[in-house]
Design a protein around this ligand. Structure first.
Ligand SMILES: Nc1ncnc2c1ncn2[C@@H]1O[C@H](COP(=O)(O)OP(=O)(O)OP(=O)(O)O)[C@@H](O)[C@H]1O
Ligand SMILES: [Mg+2]
Length: 259
């Protein structure tokens, strides 16, 4: 399988604090990799390094063979990687349509004036509506994003990442702040959207072990900035000590997807 993302010996310091310590991992085409670990383990820092938002203190980060350390989200999106944030980064006064529209327009060559294209270009408006519909936001197109619920804000952030039509997508706790009954629905929507959009790999930070068990094809467990384990779900969930180290307590048996 083709390797899409690779880190070699990545270390990230915040001052004296070592948030990532010698992290080496690969993500291949076709994988849905869950990054799990206790609060403060370094998961978001890892996502920030993988998406070029943070430059590692040491080590290599490659996307499709190219060094992407610290290149930033705009250049990275052009190369085919997009992400959604743990704490959503949306502009409160922008409407749902404008927020998704910026992403739609940025990955086409329709010119620089986002808002006039959004108003005047029917095909942009239609694409925006389609992305919004996938995430159940099509009846809120003209709603300012500040008026959305927390779950809807998350979905809007995710919809904007999908609107960049990425090959690889990184999702930092897409279901946090969402009512637990809705989590499976969001994951299913996400997976269907990824399949439809031809996304080649997904990296997902997730605390909910039921979701991890159901959707991931590989699990990378991070503890205190180090890779504690990098395993197939069946192996991960058959190791009670490992699970206890990650979630702080033993968990019930999980149904692991076998495909
Ligand atoms: N900009 C920063 N400056 C200093 N310390 C930071 C910074 N960002 C994160 N940290 C620290 O680095 C450690 C790892 O943080 P990170 O956000 O990567 O953890 P996480 O695994 O995503 O946690 P959570 O599950 O709570 O989201 C934490 O101890 C955090 O306090
Ligand atoms: Mg985090």
């Amino acid at each position: 399988m083709k390797t899409l993302i690779e880190t070699v010996g990545v270390t990230k310091h915040y001052g004296d604090y070592v948030a990532l310590n010698d992290v080496t991992l690969k993500v291949d085409e076709g994988e849905m990799v869950a990054i799990v670990g206790p609060n403060g383990a370094g998961k978001t820092t890892l996502v920030n390094v993988l998406t070029g938002l943070l430059k590692p203190t040491a080590g290599l980060v490659r996307f499709k063979g190219d060094d992407i350390a610290g290149i930033g989200p705009v250049k990275l999106a052009k190369r085919g990687m997009a992400r959604a944030f743990q704490l959503v980064h949306i502009f409160p006064e922008m409407t749902v349509a404008e927020t998704i529209g910026v992403a739609v327009i940025s990955q086409t060559s329709r010119g620089l004036d986002c808002f006039s294209s959004l108003a005047s270009d029917g095909s942009v408006r239609e694409e925006v509506r389609e992305f919004a519909a996938i995430f159940g936001l099509d009846d809120k197109l003209d709603t300012p994003s500040r008026l959305l619920s927390q779950g809807e804000k998350k979905l809007l952030d995710i919809a904007s990442a999908f609107a960049l039509v990425p090959e690889v997508i990184l999702l930092d706790e897409p279901t946090s702040g969402v009512a637990s009954g809705d989590k499976h629905g969001i994951m299913k929507t996400l997976m269907d959207a990824a399949k439809r959009a031809g996304v080649k790999a997904i990296i997902l930070v997730e605390h909910d072990m039921d979701l991890v068990a159901e959707y991931s094809t590989r699990i990378v467990a991070i503890q205190a900035g180090r890779v504690l384990a990098d395993r197939a779900p069946a192996e991960f969930f058959s190791d009670p000590e490992l699970i206890a180290a990650i979630v702080g307590k033993p968990v019930a048996r999980h149904a692991v997807r076998t495909v």
